[in-house]
Design a protein around this ligand. Structure first.
Ligand SMILES: C[S@@+](CC[C@H](N)C(=O)[O-])C[C@H]1O[C@@H](n2cnc3c(N)ncnc32)[C@H](O)[C@@H]1O
Length: 317
């Protein structure tokens, strides 16, 4: 005779803390790849569970953790966790939101998940390299994606008109949604363009760019989560610098005399310095280290021989 079924503990009696612990365990067991804003299984669980049960992150305090979760909410939360595990899709594409410097952005698979280190610099930290921060009247975000950096530019330089360029019309649709959310339509212009091509002779006090810079070798072995992002947002050609080279070659034509260029290039400091030995790159410290974002002044770019390019060393594979 088989044993009588054990009475099931009602899952409805579980509180939010228990649900989060369960979600964290499932995510941790699945050995996923993070790197899209959340650092580990616990953070990912918080984002997914809070979204599924409709709890704003700002309200996730110790009192909320003790509250009971309804069976319907529990099921919804664990279903979202299961989707994250089975489809290997970044959490931000499931919740349709990503946070950068305290701002929330709408995202979906038409744009990469915002995580640029430039965002950290778009405040007082850039001031040493900008002649007159209060006087920035024109700024450009090249390769804008969701428009996250363009919006941060507009917020941090309140007198500036901002142009935000992308070659991808689907990405620009997402950007439009975020620009509308922040009611910046009058000050922030979205432009479909291959880098500077459609900008005519416009000059900017400040140009920022987080272009595609992933090497061909790295593209070939991207973890599944990164393959969910648009390839054109990541792929930077054989050595990763195909767009960076163009930006360096053309930026001076679009900077004011005292203008500043800020570019993110992954952790490729050594290689880019080897390619351009005469450019006096400056590497501000970010949470990613001091090897991923460089700053140059227009004067640096127009100095004789400054752009002499040596072949890139073989990228690390
Ligand atoms: C690394 S993503 C950066 C997106 C956003 N700025 C961010 O930091 O989250 C690079 C973006 O460059 C765009 N892109 C790729 N090639 C381009 C080109 N030739 N001209 C303009 N934009 C380009 C892609 O569509 C993508 O949105």
């Amino acid at each position: 005779m088989s044993a009588p079924p054990r009475p099931r503990r009602s899952p409805a009696s579980a509180n939010l803390a228990a649900l989060l612990a369960q979600a964290t365990r499932r995510l941790a067991r699945a050995r996923l790849v993070y790197g899209h804003g959340n650092i580990d299984a616990r953070e990912e669980a918080v984002i997914l569970v809070a979204h599924a049960i409709g709890l704003p992150l700002s309200k996730l305090d110790s009192a909320a953790l003790k509250k009971r979760v309804t069976e319907a909410d529990r099921r919804r939360a664990l279903a979202l966790v299961a989707t994250r595990i089975e489809k290997r899709v970044p959490a931000a594409y499931l919740t349709h939101e990503a946070w950068l410097q305290g701002l929330r952005f709408y995202v979906d698979e038409r744009v990469i998940v915002p995580r640029s280190f430039i965002a950290e610099l778009l405040s007082v930290q850039l001031e040493p390299w900008i002649d007159d921060p209060a006087g920035v009247s024109k700024a450009l975000d090249l390769c804008t994606g969701s428009a996250c950096l363009a919006i941060l530019l507009a917020k941090n330089f309140p007198l500036a008109r901002v142009d935000a360029v992308d070659l991808s019309p689907p990405a620009l649709e997402v950007a439009r949604r975020n620009v509308t959310r922040y009611r910046l339509g009058k000050r922030l212009r979205l432009v479909e363009s291959d880098l500077f091509a459609a900008l005519g002779k416009t000059r900017y006090n400040l140009i920022v760019s987080n272009p595609p810079y992933v090497t061909a070798a790295t593209m070939r072995r991207l973890p599944p989560e990164y393959r969910r992002e648009p390839a054109m947002a990541l792929a930077g050609g054989e050595d990763g610098f195909s767009l960076v080279d163009i930006i360096l070659a053309q930026a001076a034509r679009h900077l004011t005399v005292d203008g500043t260029l800020v570019v993110e290039i992954g952790h490729h400091r050594r290689r880019i310095e080897a390619c351009y030995p005469r450019l006096p790159f400056v590497w501000p410290e970010t949470s990613g280290g001091d090897d991923c974002v460089f700053v140059l002044r227009r004067a640096d770019l127009v100095a004789p021989g400054a752009l002499q390019r040596r072949p890139a060393r073989r990228p690390a594979t």
